[in-house]
Design a protein around this ligand. Structure first.
Ligand SMILES: NC(=O)c1ccc[n+]([C@@H]2O[C@H](COP(=O)([O-])OP(=O)(O)OC[C@H]3O[C@@H](n4cnc5c(N)ncnc54)[C@H](O)[C@@H]3O)[C@@H](O)[C@H]2O)c1
Ligand SMILES: O=c1ccn([C@@H]2O[C@H](COP(=O)(O)OP(=O)(O)O[C@H]3O[C@H](CO)[C@@H](O)[C@H](O)[C@H]3O)[C@@H](O)[C@H]2O)c(=O)[nH]1
Length: 417
């Protein structure tokens, strides 16, 4: 059996969704008015399908309780779906989470293994660094006499039922296998891909998704302000044409590969065109903050790579740079991140740098004349270096994972597991 604490958009949908899959579900909320309304079969907010589903499951698969004791005693899995609003300083208010934990832990007896599932959106590290220690303070050994997982919810208001019942992905953050397995099992009827990840990763995935959506909207709005500042631009059509780019839908070169971390964008076009539009916009008295940040982050990421290599490799060690072209399948070295990274390492006193690129060794050497060596092939580079820094995600480097991993690999293109 399952208990759901907090019967708002997420909690009520979760409770009815699991009821619909045949589970017995208890629902609990501190808001008496909300409970009364729900008991009458009324939904306190607008959300398609939920009214019908409430009527179908109320007092059958789904029971609303006033007292958590019965619910907790009879449930193996307890979902926390309470609110996590912003505090004045922007941080998440975890008060409702801890109140909910306080209201139920008294009913958990240790020999049974009950799993707390935090479904509310909470900032990365909260479960591990705040909730777990709190439970331990209350006398539980997490992973031994109580289970703890994080299970972010991705439903959208207005589509809550459809999104919950047909999820694109189910994410389960866990520290111990047993907790994760129990939660995974209850999700099997949803036939969705299930990702079991660390607690921090699960919490982070939720913010990754929402902050991307927020950034895309502000990107579009900033572009509309840039266009207005320039004038005579049909913004609606401009975006319509942008949306025709096949990379939004298709493969192999789809947009998802742009929304992926690495060591910065380069090449002939993205850096210069972003700078030029910022400059044009400034001339027209509009400061495009987001695009300026885009350029700034593109420098910061390279500085980070340099500092990270410095923290992992001694000055006199041999460093292999794998990839000089700005992207795979190209020998273009204009504005390639490899240049800034190698220059940064040289400035920090690293003299033993050997580089290899399947296509761009000569081009890079000629264009930049940096005091480094070039290896004619991958085995030759690997035979001479202590560390390998992946700068360009060439297929050759992906295919030779085993060989390359014999060295200390610093993989800034995230090509390896
Ligand atoms: N709304 C969404 O579309 C959505 C989607 C995904 C994730 N989330 C996240 O899920 C969480 C819940 O969001 P929501 O929109 O369902 O919020 P909501 O405000 O609609 O519902 C929260 C419910 O929790 C109840 N509650 C508060 N403290 C309680 C306690 N101690 N015991 C029992 N009940 C308690 C409240 O009375 C309320 O009914 C938030 O962290 C939110 O960020 C929301
Ligand atoms: O196709 C769309 C849909 C929405 N919006 C705008 O995006 C904002 C957010 O809308 P939406 O994403 O539909 O709202 P939410 O219901 O708040 O859902 C978001 O926030 C939830 C709570 O974290 C997540 O679970 C969802 O995945 C995430 O989309 C709104 O201002 C909309 O105007 C668009 O621009 N285009």
């Amino acid at each position: 059996m399952i208990t759901v604490i907090g019967l708002g958009f997420v909690g009520l949908t979760t409770a009815l969704g699991f009821s619909d899959k045949g589970y017995r579900v208890y629902g609990y909320d501190i808001n008496e008015k909300k409970k009364d309304q729900l008991r009458k079969g009324e939904i306190p907010f607008y959300e398609p399908y939920l009214n019908g589903k409430l009527k179908q499951h109320l007092n059958k698969g789904f029971t609303i309780v006033d007292d958590l004791q019965e619910a907790v005693i009879n449930s193996q899995v307890i979902f926390l779906c309470v609110g996590t609003p912003s505090k004045a300083d922007g941080s998440a208010d975890l008060g409702y989470i801890f109140d909910a934990i306080n209201s139920l832990t008294g009913y958990i007896t240790k020999p049974e293994f009950k799993v707390l599932v935090v479904k509310s959106t909470i900032p990365p590290s909260t479960t591990r660094e705040r909730i777990k220690p709190y439970l331990e303070q209350l006398g539980f050994k997490v992973g031994i006499d109580i289970g703890l997982t994080n299970n972010p919810e991705f439903l959208r208001e207005g589509y809550a039922w459809e999104d919950f019942m047909n999820p694109d992905r189910i994410v389960i953050g866990q520290e111990d296998e047993k907790s994760g397995q129990i939660v995974e099992t209850i999700y099997h009827p949803f036939n969705a891909p299930i990702y079991r990840v660390t607690l921090n990763t699960a919490e982070y995935i939720k913010y990754l998704s929402n902050t991307l959506l927020a950034t895309l909207i502000s990107f579009a709005n900033e572009q509309s302000l840039i266009a207005k500042s320039i004038g005579e631009i049909d913004i609606k059509n401009a975006f319509k044409v942008l949306h025709l780019d096949r990379r939004w839908f298709g493969s192999p070169a789809n947009m998802t590969s742009y929304a992926f971390p690495g060591c910065g964008f380069g090449g002939y076009c993205l850096p210069k065109d972003t700078m030029a539009l910022v400059s044009q916009s400034l001339k027209n008295s509009y400061t495009p903050e987001l695009l300026r940040s885009v350029l700034k982050v593109n420098e910061t990421i390279k500085e980070f790579v340099i500092c990270d290599v410095v923290s992992k490799a001694e000055e006199n060690e041999y460093i292999g740079i794998l990839g000089l072209a700005f992207k795979p399948n190209s020998n273009d070295i204009r504005d390639t991140p490899a240049k800034a990274i190698i220059q940064g390492l040289l400035q920090k006193g690293y003299k033993n740098i050997i580089a290899y690129d399947p296509m761009a060794n000569e081009e890079f050497k000629e264009a930049y004349g940096l005091p480094i060596e070039y290896a004619p092939n991958l085995p030759s580079l690997l035979s001479r270096v202590d560390h390998v820094v992946i700068v360009t995600a060439w297929d050759e480097f992906i295919k030779n994972e085993e060989l390359i991993k014999k060295k200390n690999v610093i993989d800034y293109r995230y090509i390896y597991q």
